[in-house]
Write a protein that binds this ligand. Structure first.
Ligand code: HAX
Length: 436
């Protein structure tokens, strides 16, 4: 057993009594009351999920294992010559809650390399898909096609796998899948947008560096990739992609089923696809402005026209956050340092200025501030990745890190199949005292 796996095992075993005690001794303790608005309104703020991997404070934003984004970026071991931490070290940190040593990072990177070979049939399947398939459909299909590789299924089918050990083959599936995702994503990109001219993986590089290499994009895109995967990894458990992964896995569907489902949830325009929508929206403005940077007044008009057309302003608002997303701020800092004069960045900066007051004045959005998706496409565009319908694939590779870590822990702590209760409209009317 690898040192990381042993560490995860020890941590899960030490943690289990806390979960068991809460369940057995305090199972009837009330956590909150639920309103009709919450039942109809997408379960907003209903506290019914448990995770120790990240926590989203509405005003502060995300903390991974108790650390803010600047702390994570500062504390984790960096790739020599780069500004960003190893993705492999970040995954170690998500799984264990400990800051890895350089030695730990090296070991995880080796583990990933050993598991990175993508079965040939995955590439064959991708090549036969219709040319206009969305890259998220291709990613989801590629992941699902590998379900036959599941170690969990093999062990489960022996009839000998005990519940407390479910996490172990799930860990194997998780590492096997994560190690392959960068190559699959880069393959989809090169197949779809670069005439199928595939660049072979370079086993000497770390995950982020190898991804940039396989995409065919020069430095510092390797750091952009690392930052992007880390920032998008986890946002506690209730968002659509993380929740879908957890939900599907709670039926003991293996990680391939779960992560493919996660990808499908992320593909919606109100969730991960918003980063593609932001770029599409900005490009629309750009064309109408003939490439000129709009004045504040001109930009306000574009925003108001969009709202009047009944559409949302992509990249703004959030179901939980009530301030500017720190993932947005981390990327903004990167832009200020590396591409301050970029016209698209100037567009986005102008939007940061004009959109919140307009949303406030409209009075509908509970959070008028920008989220992660408002800023991320600009950086990709600047480094030459202009095919914006690919952006959510990048998000998915990052998000898989968090969802895999969560599912390993879900299984370790024996979380049951998820099954919230539904009620009828008539029942709600009765509770509300409405007489028909
Ligand atoms: N532009 C215009 N209207 C907005 C808005 C925006 N950016 N954000 C919210 N609203 C509107 C909602 O559509 C809703 O209108 P109705 O009452 O007419 O239905 C009203 O304000 C109240 O919504 P809310 O309670 O503030 O927001 P929700 O929790 O329902 O939804 C969303 C949160 C993120 C989906 C929403 O803010 C939105 O659609 N934003 C634009 C899309 C986007 O950026 N999505 C990415 C979010 C981050 C993420 O998950 N990344 O992956």
């Amino acid at each position: 057993m690898s040192r990381l796996k042993k560490q995860v095992q020890d941590k899960i075993e030490a943690w289990r009594p806390r979960t068991t005690r809460l369940l057995k001794e305090f199972g009837n303790t009330k956590l909150q009351e639920i309103t009709i608005e919450q039942a109809i309104g997408g379960a907003r703020n209903i506290k019914s999920l448990v995770t120790d991997i990240s926590y989203l404070d509405p005003n502060e934003g995300i903390r991974f294992r108790g650390f803010t984004i600047p702390e994570v970026l500062e504390k984790l071991p960096k790739v020599p010559g780069g500004e960003m931490p190893y993705v492999e070290g970040f995954f170690f940190f998500l799984l264990t809650g400990d800051i890895p040593s350089t030695e730990d990072v090296k070991e995880v990177a080796e583990e990933f390399k050993k598991r990175s070979a993508v079965p040939k049939y995955v590439f064959d399947i991708l090549k036969t898909m219709p040319k206009d398939s969305h890259p998220m459909v291709m990613l989801s299909t590629a992941i699902l096609s590998m379900q036959r590789e599941s170690e969990f299924v093999k062990e489960y089918n022996t009839g000998k796998l005990k519940k407390n050990d479910y996490w172990s083959p799930t860990y194997e599936d998780g590492l096997n899948l994560l190690a392959k995702l960068p190559e699959i994503a880069a393959f989809i990109y090169r197949l779809k947008y670069k005439d199928g001219k595939i660049i072979a993986s370079d086993p000497n590089l770390d995950l982020g560096g190898n991804f940039a290499h396989m995409m065919g994009i020069a430095k510092p895109y390797d750091d952009v990739a690392r930052m992007y995967f880390i920032l998008h990894s986890d946002h506690e458990s209730g968002n659509v992609s993380a929740h879908t992964g957890h939900l599907v896995s709670s039926a003991l569907s293996d990680l391939y089923y779960s992560i493919s489902a996660m990808v499908n949830g992320l593909a919606g325009p109100l969730h991960g696809l918003a980063n593609q929508e932001v770029l599409a929206w900005i490009q629309g403005v750009y064309k109408q402005m003939d490439g000129k940077i709009p004045t504040e007044e001109e930009m306000k008009k574009f925003v108001r026209d969009t709202l009047q057309g009944g559409q949302v302003i992509p990249g703004f608002g959030h179901a939980v956050l009530r301030k500017t997303d720190p993932r947005y701020m981390a990327q903004r800092e990167f832009c200020l340092k590396h591409l301050p004069k970029d016209p698209l960045f100037q567009y986005v900066d102008l939007l940061f200025k004009v959109v919140p007051p307009i949303l406030l004045e409209q009075g509908k959005a509970k959070n008028p501030w920008p989220n992660v998706d408002a800023q991320s496409g600009v950086i990709q565009w600047y480094y030459g990745l202009k095919e914006y319908d690919f952006y959510t694939v990048l998000f998915a590779v990052g998000r898989a890190l968090g969802v895999v870590a969560n599912i390993i822990w879900d299984r370790g702590l024996g979380y049951p199949i998820e099954r919230p209760k539904s009620v009828t409209t008539a029942m709600l009317e009765e509770v509300a005292g409405i007489k028909s």
